[in-house]
Write a protein that binds this ligand. Structure first.
Ligand code: ZN
Length: 499
């Protein structure tokens, strides 16, 4: 059996185009360009669309033309094979040939996650016999979704992961420690571990929350790179740093995944490990791995060979310009199992045009993920608050491991209670946290108008609650935030209440 597995692995490895690419900062861009060249060579339609017989050096415009060409092909594919999209495109009167620019994509209706959750088989484009893996999403917000990947899908994902790891400095001599807490029904570890094995990299799956055990695994396996859930890696690092000499362990890069990476956390991780710390973003719906930061720390490079990202105003659906924050829509260009068109992510980010300081000359990046739309709320007379805002000041205080914020309301004021899991001098920590929070404009304004009560900070012991992956830090217990109240109206209330 093992022999057969080894043979299968060798056959699969030969299909990866990433294996021919040397590890370097450019590995991901080279991989994307190779895919564009392969399409150029194989597709007369693409050569005609681009109006050239020779591709030469790939320019940014070529990447866009390639994406639009792949999109037209994808629209044909889903019209033929997906019940859902055949109907959607028919109803909207859209023919694939209508889509000539990214702006034209605005004509195509968006896909809501609830549609996918309700009828996964209406999205399935491949016969069941071709489906190699089915994934069910974790359902952190909303309903679980079922996705189908064919063999080509899985190989392509593995290929892109291998190219992205090479771009982070991964070589045959490195070992990747995969650090996601063990959670049923949500296991990116399997995919990553499989990807490493096929790509010929060493990897070790380390799901234990036991800090000493994690460090032991690193030493035993000569770990040089780490990837895992952002808050989990942070927790292990902060708890291990006093007991172990982590800087001497030779970690080259840390990849923080599945949750946003606040700058305060990045700074602390860099100081603990003395290496590069980058964020990665992906969704099960898009095959988990689809974008990753580079050492320039200014946004995430997208796998532009397989995806188009648009950022739109969530209220109007209008496409936004460079560095304008809105909801990301992702379109898959290569998936065979469950391809998704203009899929609503509920995640907030922006588009960043090339070039990048790292040397990438082509392909858009996405900005740092600002969190999820459903994690945003408002306080005072409408100041928008979201987890990353507080992450940057609360997590910046040394000793903070995690926190959540409970929102209540008395008569007219919002009551903010921060519950902080803390290691160290609690009183000292509390003062620093309050000082940090009171420095935020959103808090300052609302306090000055007496629209929020004095901040409450409860300091809790380490391990006070079980570690919860992808946990939502803002718990809103107010009946309803009434955003329509005008500032004037709200401002009168304190006076009335003081009688
Ligand atoms: Zn870059």
């Amino acid at each position: 059996m093992q022999l057969l597995d080894n043979v299968k692995m060798a056959v699969a490895r030969r299909k990866l185009s990433s294996r021919k690419i040397e590890g370097s900062d450019d590995a991901l861009e080279i991989w994307i360009h190779n895919k564009i060249r392969a399409e150029f060579k194989g597709s007369k339609e693409f050569r005609e669309a681009i109006g050239r017989d020779e591709l030469g050096e790939i320019k940014n415009q070529d990447v866009t033309e390639y994406q639009l060409h792949k999109l037209r092909k994808m629209l044909e594919y889903v019209s033929e094979n997906s019940y859902h999209y055949r109907k959607v495109l028919n109803d909207a009167g859209i023919r694939p040939s209508d889509i000539r620019t990214i702006k034209d994509m605005g004509k195509i209706p968006v896909t809501d996650p609830s549609e996918l959750a309700a009828e996964p088989f209406q999205f399935l484009c491949a016969s069941q016999s071709k489906v190699m893996r089915a994934f069910t999403t974790s359902g952190t917000s909303g309903t679980r979704k079922r996705l189908f990947y064919t063999r080509n899908d899985v190989l392509n994902i593995i290929d892109s992961i291998a190219a992205a790891l090479k771009a982070q400095g991964m070589t045959d001599g490195d070992t990747l420690q995969i650090m996601f807490p063990a959670v049923a029904a949500w296991d990116p570890s399997l995919m990553l571990d499989g990807a490493c094995k096929i790509a010929g990299f060493s990897s070790v799956v380390a799901s234990t929350a036991d800090v000493d055990e994690q460090v032991k695994l690193m030493k035993e396996n000569h770990t040089t790179m780490m990837i895992g859930l952002t808050s989990f890696i942070y927790r292990i690092s902060v708890l291990a740093k006093d007991k172990h000499d982590l800087r001497s362990m030779g970690i080259k890069a840390i990849i923080c995944s599945a949750e946003p990476l606040p700058e305060a956390m990045r700074r602390e991780l860099i100081s603990i490990w003395g290496c590069k710390v980058v964020a990665q973003y992906g969704m099960t719906e898009m095959g988990l791995a689809s974008s990753i930061e580079c050492g320039a720390y200014d946004g995430l490079h997208v796998n532009n060979a397989d995806f188009i990202v648009e950022v739109v105003d969530p209220a109007t659906g209008k496409q936004l310009g460079e560095r304008e924050e809105g909801e990301m829509l992702w379109t898959s260009l290569s998936m065979e199992g469950t391809p998704l068109i203009r899929y609503r992510t509920r995640d907030l980010s922006c588009i960043i045009e090339p070039p990048c300081k790292c040397g990438f000359g082509t392909g858009i990046k996405i900005g740092k993920i600002m969190g999820r739309m459903d994690a945003q709320t408002k306080i005072g007379y409408g100041q928008k608050i979201y987890p990353l805002l507080f992450d940057e000041v609360v997590l910046a205080v040394p000793g903070v491991l995690s926190y959540d914020l409970v929102l209540d309301r008395d008569d007219y004021r919002d009551i903010l209670t921060f519950r902080v899991e803390f290691k160290g001098d609690k009183e000292e920590g509390r003062k620093k946290i309050i000082a940090g929070l009171e420095g935020l404009d959103e808090i300052k304004d609302a306090r000055q108008n007496d629209l929020i009560a004095p901040l409450m900070v409860e300091m809790l012991d380490v391990g006070c609650a079980p570690f919860e992956p992808k946990h939502q830090p803002i718990i809103d217990r107010r009946e309803q935030y009434d955003a329509d109240r005008s500032p004037g109206e709200r401002a009168e209330r304190p006076a009335a209440a003081s009688n």
